[in-house]
Design a protein around this ligand. Structure first.
Ligand code: FES
Length: 119
């Protein structure tokens, strides 16, 4: 079964199979949605705000909730595009990002430093 996903501010609509993520839908539609950790719930660069159809999305899991708390532009209907699965028609806003904010990258950098640091 296919569902319509409309992305704002582009106002572009794409049809996707049930169960695909918002990130997958964005990539299908050639919509730029950052995904610095590769869709592994380790950053917040895929943050989106659900404008319509919240009930047509998979439920928030604990891991996604924890990660969303790190998101600077958190809204009542914020989700991580790589974690949320589409079950019906939805309208999704991709919020504008502060180009100077690292958005989870510092955590990844620290992880790399730990690997390099001798005990
Ligand atoms: S791409 Fe990193 S949390 Fe979604």
């Amino acid at each position: 079964m296919k569902h319509k996903v409309t992305f704002l501010p582009q106002n572009a609509t794409v049809e996707v199979e049930s169960g695909e993520t918002i990130l997958e839908a964005a990539l299908t539609a050639d919509i730029e949605l950052e995904h610095n950790c590769g869709g592994n719930c380790c950053c917040t660069t895929c943050h989106v705000i659900v404008r319509e159809g919240e009930a047509h999305l998979s439920a928030l899991e604990e891991e996604e909730t924890d990660r969303l708390e790190e998101c600077a532009e958190l809204a009542a209907t914020s989700r991580l595009g790589c974690q949320v699965k589409i079950r019906g028609d939805v309208m999704i806003e991709i919020p504008e990002r502060d180009p100077f904010r690292l958005d989870g990258l510092d955590e990844l950098e620290n992880f790399g430093e730990e690997l390099l640091r001798p005990d």
